[in-house]
Design a binder for this molecule. Structure first.
Ligand code: SF4
Length: 341
């Protein structure tokens, strides 16, 4: 899988006042990419395409270079105190991705060049919470690793957090383009998580992301670079031979990681769930998807703002939990496991 190259690039004019903005302008000019100007990263108009579906596809490979004006970070409970805003949007085409609903009509990828301002704000949050640790999540609104070979803003953030005493960083990725991050001075303050899944799920629902083998090889490199490592297995989805495939997945991971020491390994397990609005968007954007979302096969769970989600009924949810926990206990007895429904 080749690293992401945008098909089209937009710049907010003010982005050129920042060193990273200037560098990216030069880089994309040298690469011969089509560059356009936009007044605001929130209002990118004229994305090419004859219909909504085509426009969506082009938007997913459009990069907008802008300035993050809102420096109030969103909260990201329970796994982190704050979401650090480095980018928004992703080039992947995972059918189940929640960004489809949260980003609505703006599925293009935005990268923010005012890193110093973002870091100053992060430092303020860290200082406010002293002597407690402050955790930042960098993948709430994007797969930041997937674009970082172009911007290196994640690398700079890892090094910034590495220098703080009380800051911690975490993110998750489905991309394997990590080589430039291996020599970052992380100081053990960044937890690098890889999202992995069964062969069936990756093949059918995760178009435009790195193959499993490459994700696992990248995880090995990350562990060898002494980053704290974790895996997210999500969404755990019931399909033909799901027990065998998820068992194979954990075994494969164990074989790959066996030669190296991985202290403090974590697993986060999340069963497949969906909301009615998400189902509608998925069916519009991926009309041929095999993703099964039949309300009669699910259990309704009340959610915030009146938008409940459809989860697996208890017997299936328990079967998922038992299988995953059994396998992880067998192959990774020391790992910390968290399960979310
Ligand atoms: S890689 Fe992650 S952020 Fe990107 S589309 Fe897939 S699930 Fe969404």
């Amino acid at each position: 899988m080749k690293p992401f190259i945008p098909q089209l690039v937009y710049f907010e004019p003010n982005a050129l006042e920042y060193p990273l903005g200037k560098q990216l302008w030069q880089k994309f000019t040298d690469m011969g990419l089509e560059i356009r100007k936009t007044t605001s990263h929130n209002q990118v108009r004229n994305i090419p395409g004859d219909n909504e579906l085509e426009k969506y596809r082009v938007a997913k490979s459009t990069l907008v270079v802008g300035i993050r004006k809102t420096l109030k970070f969103d909260t990201s409970k329970p796994s982190a105190e704050y979401a650090i805003p480095l980018a928004t949007g992703c080039m992947g085409h995972c059918h189940y991705c929640y960004l489809q609903t949260t980003l609505g009509s703006k599925p293009y990828i935005r990268t923010y060049v005012n890193l110093e301002e973002i870091f100053n704000q992060a430092q303020k949050y860290i200082s406010e919470r002293e002597p407690d640790i402050t955790r930042f999540e960098a993948a709430c609104t994007s797969d930041i690793v997937g674009i970082d070979h172009l911007t290196h803003s994640l690398k700079k953030t890892i090094e910034f957090i590495g220098k703080t005493n009380l800051g911690r960083l975490r993110f998750v990725t489905k991309y394997h383009h990590v080589d430039h991050l291996l020599d970052a001075e992380h100081n053990g303050h960044t937890r690098f998580r890889f999202s992995i899944n069964s062969k069936y799920v990756i093949k059918n629902f995760e178009a435009g992301t790195s193959p499993l083998e490459q994700r696992i090889q990248a995880a090995k490199k990350i562990a060898q670079a002494k980053y704290p490592l974790g895996f997210i297995i999500a969404p755990i989805y019931i399909h033909e031979n799901w027990q065998e495939e998820y068992t194979d997945l954990i075994k494969k991971l164990s074989d790959a990681l066996a030669p190296i020491s991985v202290p403090d390994l974590t697993f986060e397990l999340i069963q497949h769930r969906y909301t009615k609005p998400a189902k509608k968007v998925i069916q519009e954007r991926y009309p041929n998807s095999k993703l099964e979302m039949n309300e009669e096969d699910r259990k309704y769970k009340w959610g915030r703002y009146g938008i409940g989600k459809y989860v697996y009924p208890d017997d299936e949810a328990n079967a998922i939990k038992d299988l995953m926990q059994l396998n992880i206990k067998k192959y990774f007895p020391q790992a910390k496991v968290e399960y979310f429904t």
